[in-house]
Write a protein that binds this ligand. Sequence first.
Ligand SMILES: *Cc1c(COP(=O)(O)O)cnc(C)c1O
Length: 392
Amino acid sequence: MSFLVDKDGYYGDFGGAYIPEILHKCVEELQNTYLDVLQSEDFKREYDRLLRDYVGRPSPLYRAHRLSRKYGCKIYLKREDLNHTGAHKINNTIGQILLARRMGKRRIIAETGAGQHGVATATVCALMDMECVIYMGKTDVERQHINVEKIKMLGATVVPVTGGNMTLKDATNEAIRDWCCHPSDTFYIIGSTVGPHPYPDMVSRLQSVISEEIKKQLAEQEGRHCPDYLIACVGGGSNAAGTIYHYINDNRVKIVLAEAGGKGTDTGMTAATIALGKQGIIHGARTYVIQNEDGQIEEPYSISAGLDYPGIGPMHANLAAQKRAIVLSVNDDEAVRAAYELTRLEGIIPALESAHALGALGKISFKPDDVVVLTVSGRGDKDIETYLDFEK
Ligand SMILES: *Cc1c(COP(=O)(O)O)cnc(C)c1O
């Protein structure tokens, strides 16, 4: 059995494309186009060149000696924090904008929560001279002032969304509404492995450069392609998908996914979708969703804005349902502690999202010769205030 997408856009019971009638034509156009473009020599040449010269890839695979000693195993960090714009998200936005151009689209829309995907999208729109509209919940616009200013400086428009709780879920609904009104000239760049097929597969493929590099770099440094463990945090699931992509059907490699426990999975203040979610439909895909007894989607909570999503990518829902992945909830305080630990042991300040992956280290019993690869999905510059406030 493969854990990658099937020809109908499903991962086991999860995925598919549950969309309004008006979007059928453009989603179908995307389904029929994306693989041919992504696999074409012309696309690959331009994508690889931009990843190298603009993003700064390959990102290093760094043997973290002091962290390894602490956890009694060999830990390597995959340094997505060193990419241009500070996280893994740019791998995906570069790929999708190259696809949009090849499909003749002129206008780009995107949703953003913390603003990281908004910045990564506005960045590639500046690079490619495309019109760019970013939907962002009003609450997030107020909380994430610096990213809003960056997006504007890059020449994009930010539309504050006032529906619902005015956060990521509401911004996504509004972006989908815009897409419905402009299906022919607009390309919707989704920021994670969520949404209707083909988005989860397309975003996974564009992020798979992470595991492609891990394979090569681990062979050079460790003399083997396969680690014993891969560890990544999951919001929608894109950095995790990229980290595991080329290992997903290799059972020798254990996969650990860290989701945001918030204040604790039994407190109602949590974003631990796999621990608490039930099957439902969110933003065009069948997956686990945090919902109440009437099927109403509940507001998630996490200290980390990038993990604060009430759904989860269908690939990851299936990995959890099939027990291919070990899923751990890491709470706010555990993540913050892990961030300080990495900072003091290795001199690397991680993003709060990545700190959840680090917080999983203490929940696993390693053997001394275990080789562990953990993806640091982004840098912590955007989170300094939150780290300081938490310490108070
Ligand atoms: C957005 C973000 C995440 C969460 O998104 P995934 O799609 O689950 O990877 C994780 N880390 C960082 C740094 C982010 O910006």
